[in-house]
Design a protein around this ligand. Structure first.
Ligand code: SF4
Length: 381
């Protein structure tokens, strides 16, 4: 395929240029630690009209996973996911309902046996034959067991689908389990988080569409490109941790100055995720829980999020050096893209720059001025 043909018509109709589309694919490839040239390969795969369909099942969940995907500031993420991956069935997003929606799902499964990607959000109750979550008269357990064998790949989206999450917390009254535990003979990609970052889903799907295989996973089934580093290594408050400057109460002087949140229960030192690099909501530097002054909850880590008390101090997993050394008290919150680029390059991990660039790499031109105004208005603590 010639590069000039690489812009899918759906994106063209949305006002996105070919240059921006190629730039987006390139930074997405860099963000996954792939070599130069992988971006063009990804663009070719996305532009191919025969993309695999996606069936999205929602079980014991709060809809936060889907909401985080839809509430991005720019049309980028939902546009890519909804238009480009061919979402054939989603209980939350389908215009159809009831028998009509079920018929659409069954038709897609029959027509695409062995070819579709199955995405699941929410836990699966197993107690009392799984009666605590039923859709169209069937338990979540039976729907998952009936559908998964026909899928080409299975993705567990969010902490509940990955290991039970909030539904399995405490006494776990419904016997909630994650997808990997139910489908114990199937390789499942887990993208935990509450909510998970939609870019990690998008990167996983695009990787699969491009290479026809799953990305490399860690021992918990999470893509290594997103979950191989502790939050503590990438955190902009890390200089304060190393210097022993801690907030001890919400709103105290050190908290307002942006000091480390370890003594407020931050689980960054025992939680693996790329939150500080990829951020949330596409509104610029600092838009992640620690960036706005709340300790990390550990939601991407089984046994930490929903398991350890929120304000209990974290178990520091070895004092790994930070990926970058930022200013101790910057005028503005967050770190500069330049430092992120350097950090990403020197560490051999391009997630920082890739993630940041992903947020700005593909958006409509008329959004740019609004961004500039918002960024100019943001003030450091
Ligand atoms: S303890 Fe939390 S706030 Fe402090 S540096 Fe580590 S991740 Fe950042």
């Amino acid at each position: 395929m010639k590069t000039r043909e690489l812009l899918p018509p759906e994106l063209q109709a949305g006002g996105i240029t070919r240059r921006d589309f190629l730039k987006f694919c390139s930074v997405m490839a860099v963000g996954m630690g792939l070599p130069l040239g992988a971006g063009v390969k990804m663009a070719e795969a996305i532009a191919n009209p025969r993309r695999p369909p996606v069936i999205w099942l929602s079980f014991q969940e709060c809809t936060g996973c889907v909401e985080s995907l839809l509430r991005s500031n720019h049309p980028t993420i939902e546009h890519l996911i909804l238009d480009l991956i061919s979402l054939d069935y989603s209980e939350t997003l389908s215009a159809a309902a009831g028998h009509q929606a079920e018929a659409a799902k069954n038709k897609s499964i029959t027509e695409n046996r062995g070819k579709f990607i199955l995405v699941v959000d929410g836990a699966i109750p197993t107690k009392d034959q799984g009666i605590y979550c039923k859709i169209a008269g069937k338990t979540a357990l039976s729907i998952l067991q009936e559908t998964a064998p026909y899928a080409a790949a299975v993705v567990a989206m969010g902490s509940c689908a990955s290991w039970g999450g909030v539904a399995a917390a405490g006494s776990n009254p419904t016997g909630a389990k994650g997808v990997p535990e139910i489908l114990n003979k199937t390789k499942v990609v887990s993208i935990p988080g509450c909510p998970p970052n939609p870019y990690n889903l998008l990167s996983t799907l695009i990787y699969y569409i491009t290479y026809n295989r799953l990305p490399e996973l860690d021992e918990k089934g999470r893509p290594k490109f997103a979950y191989s580093r502790l939050i503590h290594e990438n955190c902009e408050r890390r200089p304060h941790f190393d210097a022993g400057r801690f907030a001890t109460q919400f709103g105290d002087d050190m908290h307002r100055k942006g000091a480390c949140l370890y003594k407020l229960g931050c689980k960054g030192p025992e939680t693996y995720a790329n939150c500080p690099s990829v951020l949330f909501g596409e509104t610029g530097a600092g838009t992640w829980p620690v960036g706005i002054g709340h300790p990390c909850f550990g939601c991407t880590e089984k046994g930490v999020g929903f398991a350890e008390p929120l304000h209990q101090m974290a178990n520091v997993k070895g004092l790994t050096p930070p990926v970058f050394f930022g200013e101790a008290f910057p005028n503005k919150p967050g770190i500069s893209p330049g430092i992120k680029a350097l950090a990403a390059g020197s560490a051999g991990m391009a997630i920082g720059v890739g993630g940041t660039a992903m947020l700005t790499g593909l958006k409509r031109k008329d959004d740019d001025k609004g961004d500039q105004d918002r960024n100019d208005g943001s003030k450091g603590v």
